[in-house]
Each structure stands twice: as C-alpha cells, then as structure tokens.
Design a protein around this ligand. Structure first.
Ligand code: CAA
Length: 245
C-alpha cells in the first residue's frame, strides 16, 4: 500500500486546518481544497514554515463541474483520493421570518449540495480500488436545531441521511461513510456570533468550554484510519455533552 491521499474541503479554515495538520502527522499526502486563492496561498506558505507540507487546490464546492476539474487535477498531480473530508461550510444565520431565499440557497448549496458535487466524483474510484473513507462534517445544530439556523440545521441534518444511505451502498466495497457532529468549536465561524449570544451558548455546554479544532481532528483521524473499517453509517458526536443520544 502506498501513501494514502486525503482531500479536505474548506481545508484552510478553522476545523479544516487542524484536520490537514493531523493528516500530515498521520502520514497521508494532504490536499486542502479552497475557495479563496489569496488566503490559501498565504496559508500554504505558513503551513510549510510550521512543518506541514500541504498541497492546495481551488475547488468551489457549489459547482459540480469545478469540483470535477479540481478532483482531476488532484488525481493527476498528487494521486487517487482515498480519504475525502467534506468539511466546507458556511453560516448565514437569521430568524426564519426574516430569511430571504438567497440565504437558504447559499447554505443548502455550500453545506449539503457540496456532498453530492464532491462525493459523486470520487466514490466510484474508491470502490474500484476497494478502499475509501468519506467523512462529512455535520454539526450538533443539525441534531438539536438552533434558533436562527433553520437553513444550517436543515443542511447539517441532511448530511446524516446522505451518509447512512451511501454507507449502505458501499458497505461491502471497503468504503466507509460517516458523519462527525462537532459542537461549538473555537473557530472564526463561532467567534462571529454576537458576544452576549455566544456567552449564553457557552454557559449551556456541559463540558463548560468551546471545543478545540484539534479535538475534532482527532475524531476525523480515527474515522479515516484503517482500523475504522467497521465503522460506517455512524455519527461521531463531539459536542461537549450538548446533545446526548
Ligand atoms: N428561542 C426562541 N426565540 C428566540 C430565542 C430563543 N433562544 N432567541 C431569540 N428569540 C426570539 C426573540 O424573542 C425575538 O422574537 P420577536 O421577534 O418575536 O420579538 C426574535 O427571536 C429575534 O431575536 P433577536 O432580536 O435576538 O434576533 P437577532 O436578529 O438580533 O439575532 C440571531 C438572531 C442572529 C440568529 C442570533 O440569535 C444568533 O446569532 N444566534 C446564534 C445562532 C447560532 O448559534 N449560530 C451558530 C453559528 S456557529 C455554527 O453554526 C457552528 C456550529 O456548527 C455549532
């Protein structure tokens, strides 16, 4: 077996960066898929200086054709993708009564339709090679439902159905499909919540603090590992006790 190739969408963001770094430590060839070229190029240099050799590729996850082109580039220049982490996501929070359709569509496109755009174009290769790990980064708010996040909660909940159905289709082919559901992680996305609202949320977390990105990366590292072969169609909740089921 050669060195495994892992691709992380939203790879230059809060959770994505921690996952990329962890995957380098795990011995994979790592590619961070990005949307913002200027940010990604600077990020790649900073990662290199910190000792993390990570390839980058432009990949707007809302665009099926563009995803296909990015995946082709990775296959040709890095190698066939063994591990796909569908991590790219956005929030466009607001009370439902004031939510314009654009905010609904943007979140569903980026957070849910992206799973189709990426996974559809890699999983057949995984099946042919007899090995694959597809890891979808959902959220505790897809399970709890969160005020001001009807769009986001719907998209994140949709990931579970996608995961469980595809997991059944690929179960005998060596390809696992799982979700991980982080709680509130200390990333720019969470820090963008108004201070008073965020404080109330933090006070409601049983563990009593925000999650560290590397704690989520640890869970993703497990789901990507060889020995996670028997874990498929599952959800790994890492939410500090916010939702127990
Ligand atoms: N339950 C029910 N109703 C509530 C409520 C609650 N917890 N909080 C507020 N409301 C009601 C208010 O009473 C008010 O009702 P009326 O209009 O009838 O008076 C209405 O909602 C509007 O309240 P606000 O004035 O506070 O609304 P706002 O427009 O200023 O703010 C918001 C709304 C932007 C959604 C704000 O509440 C917010 O930021 N909430 C946090 C959302 C959140 O958790 N986002 C997570 C982002 S990070 C992430 O998503 C990562 C992850 O996976 C965890």
């Amino acid at each position: 077996m050669g060195q495994r190739v892992a691709l992380v969408t939203g790879g230059t963001g809060g959770i994505g960066e921690a996952v990329c770094q962890r995957f380098v430590q795990d011995g994979y060839k790592v590619v961070a898929a990005y949307n913002n070229e200027e940010k990604a190029k600077k990020w790649q240099i900073a990662q290199k200086e910190a000792g993390f050799d990570i390839e980058i590729v432009h990949c707007p996850v809302t665009d099926f054709e563009a995803c296909g082109a990015a995946l082709k580039w990775v296959e040709e220049n890095v190698g066939a993708i063994d591990i796909l982490v569908n991590n790219a996501g956005i929030t466009k929070d607001g009370m439902f009564k004031k939510m314009p359709i654009e905010r609904w569509e943007a979140v569903i496109d980026t957070n849910l339709n992206s799973l189709f755009n990426m996974t559809r174009q890699v999983f057949e290769g995984m099946v042919e090679r007899g090995f694959g790990r597809i890891i979808n980064v959902s959220s505790v708010n897809g399970q709890l439902g969160q005020v001001g996040q009807v769009n986001y909660s719907a998209a994140k909940a949709g990931m579970h159905g996608f995961t469980k159905a595809l997991a059944r289709e690929t179960a005998r082919k060596g390809v696992t499909v799982n979700t991980i559901s982080p709680g509130y992680v200390a990333t720019p996305m969470v820090m963008a919540i108004a201070e008073d609202v965020r404080q109330k949320i933090e006070n409601s977390i049983p563990v009593g603090r925000l999650c560290k990105p590397e704690e989520i990366a640890h869970g993703i590292s497990f789901l990507a590992s060889e020995l996670a072969a028997y874990t498929t169609g599952s959800d790994l909740s890492m939410n500090g006790g916010m939702f127990m089921h």
